[in-house]
Write a protein that binds this ligand. Structure first.
Ligand SMILES: [Fe+2]
Ligand SMILES: [Fe+2]
Length: 370
């Protein structure tokens, strides 16, 4: 999705092009690392040394089919940038940088607002999300003043991977912030373009989604509005299981190559399990007094994506399914904790399904030789 340049005084916001990559890398480094960054308040120089990013990472964002690097220019010079990426029904904001000399003049707010506008108006995103180093209290407060809130989710800092810098302390981690944009999230679609780290971020997102849903109240048998919350969560399980069933079925049929028979047989077995999970969740919805949602539109509620891969790349197929299983395991654990003692029947159902999903992940790990 691309956007037309937008003028704001002498400032223009536009999607980056390949030729912007060197200037964008220099800008990001100058905003966060080294002595140059100390001129602005976004510096991380006390937390991290090394590099913040490189040309390869920035080029990947510029060319990403599901997003863009939004750049701010003033008199033709690049003074700010931010990654904007579509993730399911939500938008992700990252790689945010403002030239140190231009900080404090409202430029950061303008870029963030521009990104929110694209996410809301063009993508109809439900939320904008971002990760910030927990120790960056000033930056977290800056986002909070612009309507963001901590979701409660955290992500580990990638210690040992110097592409993310050289940590100067051993307790770094990321917190996840989110802001509702009011969109419907649109239809979720399988992109086949899973970016590095997408798995960790997806889990964070679905946990945030699950928490938002569950915040509507604890479940008690006597409270019909809370039963409705369980029904809503179970309909998400139904959608997730259908998508898993479809993905495994497609992969079982499409798989080719020398190890095809063994891998396809495993996918077929998993597909059968996923369909049974869907049926059991749907029956529970019926017991709770509602009609399960098996409509094609309802599939947008799935926690996992329908990803089609190259049919000769069995390793990639196995990895995609493992990612999906891990997302499902994480979400179902969250659902089980949420239900607690309030609805033992639904909890036992989810525990039983969770056991199968853990077996699926083990099977895939074995086939991957892990
Ligand atoms: Fe399942
Ligand atoms: Fe599964």
């Amino acid at each position: 999705m691309r956007t037309a340049p937008r003028d704001d005084g002498d400032l223009a916001l536009r999607p980056a092009r390949d030729q912007d990559v060197p200037a964008a890398v220099a800008l990001i480094e100058s905003a966060y690392r080294g002595d140059a960054s100390r001129a602005g308040w976004t510096t991380e120089a006390d937390l991290l040394g090394g590099r913040r990013t490189d040309a390869e990472a920035v080029r990947a964002v510029v060319g990403a089919p599901g997003g863009q690097l939004l750049v701010a220019t003033r008199e033709g010079r690049l003074v700010g940038c931010a990654q904007l990426e579509r993730r399911g029904g939500d938008a992700y904001f990252g790689m945010f940088a403002v030239a140190p000399a231009a900080q404090g003049g409202g430029l950061g707010s303008t870029i963030l607002a521009g990104a929110e506008r694209i996410a809301r108006e063009q993508w109809r995103a439900a939320t904008m999300q971002m990760t910030v180093i927990r120790q960056r209290l000033d930056l977290i407060a800056w986002y909070e003043r612009r309507g963001y809130a901590r979701t409660g989710a955290t992500q580990p800092f990638p210690y040992g991977d110097e592409r993310f810098g050289v940590p100067r302390r051993d307790d770094l981690e990321f917190v996840v912030l989110a802001k509702a944009l009011g969109g419907s999230g649109g239809r979720r679609r399988g992109t086949g373009t899973v970016v590095p780290n997408a798995f960790a971020l997806d889990v964070t997102k679905i946990r945030a989604d699950a928490r938002a849903k569950m915040a509507e109240g604890a479940v008690t048998k006597d409270n019909t509005s809370d039963v409705q919350a369980v029904i809503d969560v179970l309909n998400r399980v139904v959608a997730t299981e259908i998508v898993c069933w479809l993905r495994y079925t497609q992969h079982a049929i499409a798989a080719s190559g020398i190890d095809r028979a063994q891998v396809a047989a495993e996918f077929t077995e998993h597909a059968t399990d996923e369909r049974q999970h869907m049926e059991r969740a749907a029956e529970r919805i019926s017991q709770l007094g509602a009609a399960p949602d098996l409509s094609p539109e309802g599939l947008s509620k799935s926690h996992t994506d329908y990803v089609v891969t190259d049919d000769t790349d069995l390793t990639k197929m196995l990895e995609e399914n493992l990612v999906a299983e891990r997302i499902v395991i994480s979400t179902y654990q969250e659902i089980i904790r949420w239900i607690g003692d309030s609805d033992p029947t639904t909890r036992r159902l989810m525990e039983s399904i969770l056991g199968d999903e853990e077996d699926h992940a083990d099977d895939l790990n074995d086939l991957l030789g892990n």
